[in-house]
Design a protein around this ligand. Structure first.
Ligand code: HSE
Length: 297
């Protein structure tokens, strides 16, 4: 009585949509095996010796399952064996993949008794463990797939956004940026003129996705509030962005809270040209890095 889940990486924020937009990647993904137990408990194990907190309340996969069990009458529990492929602190939704994969897998074992929205509600407890804040812009796309708008968290209101085919090139420079730190450094207040630009871009981006308008998508991938603060933590950021756009990418920016950078392209050839640029920039900076060429899934 077990199920194997591929829990994909996700890109949160999509540049202008801090905490409200996210997309699901085709790769990389964690592999998780979830097994039904006949007592009310949650067991967490690492498949490859990767150090994970094994106290379920402190684990990003465990905390959501503990919450789920509170809404289940039967005397059951779950064992989760996690094979991590998405590095924590990479900015491509490592904690969210564990949280989303755990609840999706558990729900399959329960004959899908919970809705996707319920699953997001449970998985948010994993993000709380990981970063101290409940944000759904990684777990919602991880659970729904594609591109999602989180219009509201309290109460939950998630909108799946249809979009044209999009290739994603992601570079993960090997520095660690903790989401909690990357949130701490943000200004708490925003100028009205910046807010106007930002919500124009968010609306433009969503309209661009829904109208299959690649130019509008490209024009809207601009962040005047978060990126100027966070990009300082990421060497090579401006170079990657400028050179990728010059090579034909639609645009891009910091993936989640960084340090990964993602660029969107409308065809695979451009996505690979961006890959070459990313290697070139980080070889120049002298930073170990990993590049993924993948798609929105
Ligand atoms: N929206 C969150 C942030 C995502 O940018 O802090 C973290 O992956």
């Amino acid at each position: 009585n077990s199920v194997t889940v591929q829990a994909p990486g996700t890109v949160a924020n999509l540049v202008c949509g801090f905490d409200v937009l996210g997309l699901c990647l085709d790769a990389p993904y964690d592999t998780m095996v979830i097994r039904l137990l006949d007592e009310k408990k949650v067991i967490i194990e690492s498949a490859d010796g990767y150090p994970l907190p094994t106290d379920p309340a402190l684990n990003t996969a465990g905390a959501p399952l503990v919450e789920m069990l509170k809404e289940i009458e039967e005397n059951i529990g779950f064992e989760v064996i996690i094979h991590k492929a998405i590095k924590p602190g990479s900015g491509i939704g490592s904690s969210a993949a564990s949280a989303a994969g755990a609840v999706v897998g558990a729900n399959v074992l329960l004959n899908n008794r919970f809705t996707k929205e319920d699953l997001v509600r449970f998985a948010l407890f994993g993000e709380k463990v990981a970063s101290g804040v409940k944000h759904a812009d990684n777990i919602a796309p991880g659970i729904y797939g594609g591109i999602t708008l989180i219009r509201s968290i309290f109460p939950l209101d998630i909108v799946a956004i249809p979009a044209p085919e999009l290739f994603v090139t992601v570079v993960h420079p090997q520095i660690e940026v903790k989401t909690s730190d990357a949130r701490q450094i943000l200004r708490k207040e925003v100028l009205l003129k910046d807010a106007i630009k930002q919500w124009g871009n968010i609306a433009g981006l969503v309209a661009g996705f829904m109208k299959n308008d690649y130019d509008l998508i490209g024009r809207s991938l601009e962040d005047v509030i978060i990126e100027p603060v966070r990009s300082i933590l990421i060497p090579g950021f401006a170079d990657v962005k400028q050179r990728s756009v010059a090579a034909g990418a639609l645009g891009g920016g910091i993936s989640g809270s960084g340090p990964s950078i993602f660029m969107l392209s409308k065809d695979e050839e451009t996505a690979h040209a961006v890959e070459a640029i990313m290697h070139d920039v980080y070889n120049g900076v002298g930073l170990d890095h990993h590049v993924y060429v993948t798609k929105v899934n």
